[in-house]
Design a protein around this ligand. Structure first.
Ligand code: 13P
Ligand code: SF4
Length: 329
């Protein structure tokens, strides 16, 4: 079998029946000097087996600093790609190459290049949820943890383009008083939350506080008690004195919330379509324990990036990491 020929995007090798898969993952990881990084949106068992679980900023900082030979990214493609851009000499693996991101997909590189051409003299700020090709067209990358501060690090009169998330862009414009020109993209999970259903839920739980990720639409953000990145809303849920929270972001984060505050009650914000599990990111949920096992054993699928694009994409990510380090983020 040609292991490089991953027609499905992941390795479907049979797993020996008599093994304890979690124990084996930990053993092979140690043997190969690999590190497992997971985002908060993956399934609980993957969050629990990872060396680190974090938001996009934390995970990119860890990917830049790790001494491991192999980085296994239990998350989505742009996250693993960012790790590879920062650590080009390491092997970076993603258990399923189909784990994309609707937000990253909402900005095709050719169209974005044209958009930039139409705005001469503008600096380009891109959310980390983008492909390497988009980052290569960018002056500085941001995550939801540092976006406000990085935007504020530009002179007030600097003309700025922000892409691809229109909701995050609008939110940052509102908290900084800037007037960035926005790319019209969005995340299909965060745009699914229903204000009406959240307000109905509030009637049932009048003391619950609403926590929202800035990728949510404006009406949801307007009723939120706290708006922030996954790490920020997790921290708020731990330190705040309420007992009930309605959580308007991907439901995977609730696993960490419950772990940190077992006495509190966390309620996923309902989607517009009550018949779907739309507050689950189908891309994040493509990661499974079985795929992680095969990925570690066979060291596939591996992230590969054209070196010219990688080099151009590295600069704006390093700039983000530098500014974040100065700010203590
Ligand atoms: P953060 O974890 O950085 O808040 O990002 C959320 C997200 O959209 C990941 O896809
Ligand atoms: Fe992309 Fe949205 Fe999934 Fe995050 S939750 S990975 S932004 S599709």
């Amino acid at each position: 079998m040609d292991l490089k020929n991953l027609s499905k995007g992941y390795l479907e090798k049979e797993i020996p029946k008599d093994i304890d898969i979690s124990k084996e993952i930990l053993r092979i990881k140690k043997e190969k000097n690999a590190v497992i990084l997971s985002h908060f949106y993956t399934v609980s068992e993957l969050q629990d087996i990872a060396d680190y679980v974090g938001d996009s900023l934390k995970l990119s900082q860890l990917a830049a600093e790790t001494k491991a030979d192999i980085i296994v990214f239990v998350g989505v493609h742009f996250m693993a790609e960012t790790a590879k851009i920062l650590s080009p000499h390491k092997k970076v693996l993603l258990p399923d190459l189909n784990a994309g991101c609707s937000l990253a997909e909402s900005v095709p590189p050719d169209a974005f290049e044209e958009f930039i051409k139409q705005h001469p003299g503008y600096k380009v700020i891109s959310y980390v949820n983008t492909s390497a090709a988009i980052k290569a067209l960018t002056d500085v990358v941001v995550t939801s943890t540092n976006a406000k501060y990085i935007v504020e690090s530009f002179q007030k009169n600097e003309k700025l383009i922000f892409g691809p998330d229109r909701n995050l862009g609008n939110y940052i414009n509102s908290v900084t008083g800037r007037n960035m020109v926005l790319w019209d993209g969005a995340c299909h999970v965060h745009e699914e939350f229903s204000l009406e259903a959240i307000l109905e839920l509030k009637k049932q739980y009048p003391n619950a506080k609403i926590l929202a990720h800035p990728e949510c639409e404006k009406p949801v953000l307007l009723v939120a008690d706290h708006i922030g990145s996954t790490a920020s809303i997790l921290k708020f849920s731990k330190t705040d004195n309420a007992n009930e929270y309605i959580v308007a972001t991907e439901s995977g984060i609730i696993h960490q919330m419950k772990k940190q505050s077992p006495q509190k009650h966390f309620i996923p914000a309902p989607p517009k379509d009550s018949t779907c599990a739309c507050n689950d990111c189908n891309f994040m949920k493509l990661n499974t324990l079985e795929k992680l096992y095969n990925c570690l054993v066979y060291e596939l699928p591996e992230i590969e990036i054209d070196e010219k694009i990688r080099k151009r994409a590295e600069f704006p990510i390093r700039k983000m990491l530098e500014i974040s380090a100065k700010l203590g983020l």
